[in-house]
Design a binder for this molecule. Structure first.
Ligand code: OAD
Length: 251
């Protein structure tokens, strides 16, 4: 049974009346599944340097190291399951006529939980892309034994994720920005909200009139600006929200 959560009357009213809802998700949503976040105490960027592993120049300098680090993360990610936070977000899309999940996560767990209306801002670790010709290969099977494996053009393959210093896919960002501008209710969940442009979305939504809710185990950069801060674990709070929607007959 989902835990009962205390919602303000304003949020209850928004949950029942909103037609257009956006959820921005970050690494905290996958924490309960066993995937490390980036900036928590045991986060990846506390142990590793992003400039050695997650930039185009790091790959140019040492493609083998970068490929192997992502191969290790890919193996870990493929072995875990979605948690109640992913499942609740997948259910949320059924309650609102217009819904968009904007995720910074590359782990595919939202899709595994059944989310369909989503846009990936930072790519997906389960795809590869050629570093030279940019052809996207939609799974991780590679014919070549080289490390990194080679594309048919002879270039190195790399994971299809966005690295520091790279631009986001324009169409993905545009979709997310448009949805944020139109949203009546916007959730920022499990993200430290410090990596831009993703972190600008809650502010964009707020300025355009949305009711902005943050769900996080701790306060973040955006906490002072949000309408409601639900402090706690996403895997406990989100199922509570879905339960509220069900109990109150939201269709
Ligand atoms: P961070 O590691 O920066 O932040 C994770 C957030 O989740 C923190 O604010 C935690 O307090 C919170 N958190 C942890 N466990 C939680 C839980 N169970 N429930 C709710 N909140 C929880 O991760 P992101 O904000 O996703 O980019 O990082 C943004 C981007 O920075 C990533 O997409 C990645 C990284 O560098 C790229 O790789 C391009």
């Amino acid at each position: 049974m989902p835990k009962r959560i205390n919602l303000s009357p304003a949020l209850e009213e928004k949950l029942l009346s909103a037609q257009k809802v956006v959820v921005l998700s970050g690494a905290g949503v996958s924490a309960e599944s066993g995937i490390s976040t980036f900036r928590d105490k045991d986060g990846l960027w506390e142990k590793f340097k992003p400039e050695d592993l997650a930039t185009p120049s790091a790959f140019e300098r040492n493609p083998q190291l970068v490929w192997e680090w992502y191969a290790y993360r890919r193996k870990k990610i493929q072995s875990v399951k979605p948690n109640p936070a992913h499942q609740a977000i997948a259910q949320m899309e059924k309650f609102f006529p217009e819904f968009l999940l904007v995720t910074q996560n590359i782990d595919n767990l939202h899709q595994k939980a059944g989310s369909k209306k989503l846009v990936e801002l930072h790519g997906n670790i389960n795809r590869n892309k050629c570093f030279a010709c940019e052809k996207v290969i939609s799974d991780t099977k590679v014919g070549s034994r080289a490390v990194p494996p080679l594309c048919s053009c002879g270039g190195y393959l790399r994971p299809d994720v966005v690295w520091f210093g790279e631009l986001l896919h324009e169409s993905a960002l545009e979709l997310a920005q448009r949805a944020a501008l139109e949203a009546e209710l916007f959730f920022s969940v499990g993200t430290s909200a410090i990596v831009y442009p993703a972190a600008s979305l809650p502010f964009l939504a707020k300025e355009a009139g949305a009711f902005v809710v943050e769900i996080n185990t701790e306060e973040t950069e955006i906490s002072p600006a949000v309408d409601e801060l639900l402090l706690g674990k996403a895997e406990e709070i989100l199922p509570g929200l879905v339960e509220f929607l069900k109990q109150n007959g939201k269709k």
